[in-house]
Design a protein around this ligand. Structure first.
Ligand code: SF4
Length: 352
């Protein structure tokens, strides 16, 4: 099978070009076509010789994902299901708003963290995505909407810090001026939190904004609903390091689960945690109900009460608007429907 050129670093491509007798500057030309002009067809690289274009075709591909389904929500968000080269599915969501177009991307097929409130968790981990598959979600999504995507959030299927190396490679390509040139503040990684990886990310040249999916304010509750979870103390220590190294504010995501984590006591404990690092913010996420889940969303008054509590104490708190509820594109809803459909198909085939 041909290799995807998006998985190769500039240095690796320079070595390949040297081996076929081509000068270094040709690599810059190729990167320019892919990352600046976003042309995904070697035959259109018009400033390269025919021989070199053929060599590239012989050895590489640029696209391995294909678009399987596109669903548009009443609220303007668009969910795209991609099929991978090995017949698996991943999903991305485009969220247009007044002043930006945000793309929510996936980093794994399925996930093994096992969060009780997440539909993707029901798949288990099927495999990590390659760097190329993370980047292709962006390139193909932008080509569908014909508009510039301005922000990227790593909040789709999977835990980015588990697929660490490919995640870091994709960050470099998104943020570095040499590639897509988004800038650090336009990218957010949402993570359940792995202290050692948070520290390593803090030391990385292309560290983006980070959002910890905290959701519960005690270790016991976190462990109960997020089976693979670290102690809150350890997480906050690593986030403090992140804040010091990057000077980027930390966001805590808090899923509001009716009757489970919304009491006065929960608010007070959450306040203690959030006040440990200056400039930290809270993003409240009312739970998005899905078929088969046993959780429910608190009513509007309760969400407001929660928000006011933090506002009064000077903590910037926002309530996340859930886009794409009617197309199962909201937070925690991704991935299951297509894989389930595929499993049913395979099951029927086996039986017939
Ligand atoms: S919420 Fe995120 S980390 Fe948890 S199971 Fe779902 S995809 Fe994985």
């Amino acid at each position: 099978m041909k290799k995807n050129i998006l998985n190769f670093s500039k240095k690796e491509l320079e070595e390949f070009f040297k081996s076929i007798g081509e000068p270094k500057f040709r690599v810059t030309q190729v990167l320019d076509w892919i990352y600046k002009k976003k042309v995904l067809d070697f035959s259109s690289f018009s400033n390269l010789s025919k021989r070199l274009r053929e060599k590239l075709e012989e050895n590489f591909v640029i696209k391995t994902l294909s678009i399987e389904e596109i669903h548009e929500s009443k609220d303007g968000s668009i969910k795209i299901a991609f099929k991978t080269f090995d017949d698996k599915y991943i999903e991305s969501v485009i969220i247009p708003s007044k002043d930006r177009v945000t793309l929510c991307i996936s980093t794994q097929i399925g996930c093994n963290i096992g969060c009780a409130f997440c539909n993707t968790a029901r798949l288990g981990l099927i495999r990590n995505l390659y760097t190329s598959e993370i980047l292709e979600q962006y390139l193909l999504s932008e080509s569908i909407i014909n508009k510039k995507i301005t922000n990227i959030v790593y909040m789709g299927m999977g835990e980015p810090l588990v697929n660490f190396d490919n995640f870091l490679n994709s960050l470099e390509r998104f943020i570095s001026e040499e590639y897509f040139n988004f800038g650090k503040r336009k990218i957010v990684v949402s993570t359940i939190g792995i202290p050692e990886k948070i520290r390593r990310l803090a030391d990385f040249e292309y560290a983006p904004k980070i959002s910890l999916s905290l959701h519960f304010s005690t270790d016991e509750e976190r462990k109960k609903y997020i089976p693979v979870s670290y102690k809150i103390d350890e997480l906050v220590e690593s986030l403090y390091y992140y804040y010091k190294m990057t000077n980027l504010p930390i966001t805590y995501e808090y899923l509001l689960l009716n009757g489970i984590n919304t009491s006065q006591q929960h608010m007070e404990k959450l306040y203690q945690i959030v006040s440990l690092i200056p400039k930290s913010k809270i993003n409240l996420i009312p739970f998005n109900e899905f078929e088969g889940s046993s959780f429910s969303t608190p009513d509007v008054e309760e969400i407001e009460r929660f928000k006011e509590f933090f506002k009064e104490r000077g903590i910037f708190t926002s309530v996340r608007t859930s886009y794409g509820r009617d197309i199962s594109a909201a937070c925690g809803n991704l991935g299951f429907s297509l894989l389930k459909r595929d499993l049913v198909k395979r099951d029927l085939k086996r039986k017939s």
